[in-house]
Design a protein around this ligand. Structure first.
Ligand code: SDX
Length: 393
């Protein structure tokens, strides 16, 4: 058949890869990080401990944990020269645009951690990225609202530091509520890694060319931005607001089922999960806790979300297509209640996913078998033919 090639299965491709980091059973709705179920990690662990687990394969001892936390805590500031980099963006730039630019430029400031052949430099780059992503995300936010940057503090936890850098202002003392910090830390944990999703595969493909770690992570941030992927949390909250009230839900459910309508229920469905996304269950509990704490239990957006979930899960179409809420369905409600604009939802996802990208990047580089990444294609175009001069066409 013209144009159809059988290709030599002999060459290595990054179309698939072995990994020991994250396991997903989409039918059972199971997610394990180095064997530990995500709900146990979300309830009993914390983000930096999960970072150590993802990077090293085992939970840390007390000494290992304290050393790791100390390393991350003491690298949260960014090079002062990078502050000027932010000022090149328009104030109304989406914070994801700023993050892609600033993270991609990090190799220009941290020359001593770009040689991927040196395991020590790889480790330094990994620590720098985990430590500095909250600072970069918070600075992107502050810049977008015209407020001064707030420097990181070493006396605050990772999540509390991020909230402080986002919401503190020089004119006023901002005390981080420990329950909000716990909820923020749990959101980071729930987004830490997720097997070979689009942005992680982007990072792996970039790393297979030998690109420096900052360039690889910037590529992952760019891919995550899409509304079908990490951009869904922003799109989901905007959708819930557009629905506005429970009596408008049926109209949107019908639109989501109409093949001629491009509308999709944001926060619903998944490439892998054909059952509940286990992260969505934990996120839903956190939403109730945070809104109770903030005294906004009757949050109309949460009411619409819960009713939408109830109706969709009973609808034959969604049952047949096995569409369930995913990680993005409730996260935006919590972030909105915390005071974040929707434009900061995906930057927070990128901040949290950095450790997953880094762990997968390190695993890729440790694989001596891997040749340059080149996904396969099935050629369906024209076979060789002669050029026709313009006057004869
Ligand atoms: C993330 O890969 C990851 O792990 C990603 C992620 C991570 O942690 O990295 O989990 C994060 O990206 C979560 C997904 C966030 N995206 C959204 O919430 C956007 C809305 N969801 C859809 O765009 C969609 O569900 C996808 C893109 C996520 C998955 O699309 P697929 O692969 O087409 O899903 P599917 O094969 O299960 O769909 C089955 C059917 C299809 O219809 P048919 O072609 O069979 O007729 O259901 C339809 C889809 O068109 N469908 C939906 C739908 N999602 C799928 N119909 C209405 N609303 C939806 N949300």
């Amino acid at each position: 058949q013209a144009g159809v090639f059988t290709y030599d299965p002999g060459f290595t491709s990054t179309a698939s890869c072995d990994s020991t980091i994250t396991y997903i059973d989409g039918d059972k709705g199971e997610l394990l990080h180095r064997g530990y179920p995500i709900d146990q990690l979300a309830e009993q662990s914390n983000y930096l401990e999960v970072c150590y687990l993802l990077m090293h394969g085992e939970l840390p001892s007390k000494d290992e944990y304290e050393k790791f936390v100390n390393t991350i805590t003491n690298h949260t500031m960014i090079h002062e020269q990078m502050h000027h980099f932010f000022r090149g963006f328009r104030r109304d730039a989406h914070p994801m645009a700023t993050m892609v630019g600033v993270v991609g430029a990090m190799s220009a400031f941290y020359h001593d951690s770009t040689d991927i052949a040196d395991p020590r430099q790889r480790e330094i780059a990994s620590h720098r990225l985990i430590a500095k992503m909250p600072t970069i995300a918070a600075m992107a936010y502050k810049y977008s609202i015209g407020q001064p940057f707030v420097y990181p503090r070493n006396d605050l936890s990772y999540a509390a530091n991020f909230l402080h850098m986002c919401f503190a202002v020089p004119a006023d003392e901002y005390k981080v509520d420990p329950i909000l910090a716990r909820a923020m830390d749990r959101i980071f944990t729930l987004h830490a890694d997720h097997e070979q999703n689009a942005s992680t595969s982007t990072v792996r493909l970039a790393s297979s060319s030998g690109a420096n770690p900052f360039a690889c992570i910037a590529a992952g941030i760019a891919c995550l931005w899409g509304p079908a992927h990490g951009g869904a949390n922003q799109a989901c909250l905007e959708m819930l607001r557009e629905i506005g009230s429970v009596d408008r839900i049926p109209e949107f459910i019908e639109r989501a089922k109409d093949k001629n309508d491009p509308f999709r229920l944001m926060g619903f469905g998944h490439r892998v999960y054909k059952n509940f996304d286990p992260r969505a269950k934990v996120m839903k509990q956190s939403a109730d806790e945070v809104l109770d704490l903030l005294g906004i239990e009757d949050n109309p957006t949460l009411q619409v979300a819960k009713e939408l979930e109830r109706i969709a899960l009973e609808d034959p179409y969604f049952k047949e297509k096995k569409l369930y809420p995913n990680v993005d369905f409730y996260s935006g409600i919590i972030l909105d209640a915390m005071g974040f604009p929707t434009s900061m939802f995906t930057p927070i996802f990128a901040l949290a996913r950095t450790v997953g990208w880094i762990s997968q990047w390190s695993e890729q580089l440790a694989d001596p078998q891997l040749k340059i990444g080149r996904p396969r294609q099935l050629y369906l175009g024209e076979m060789a033919r002669d050029y026709t001069p313009l006057e004869e066409r």
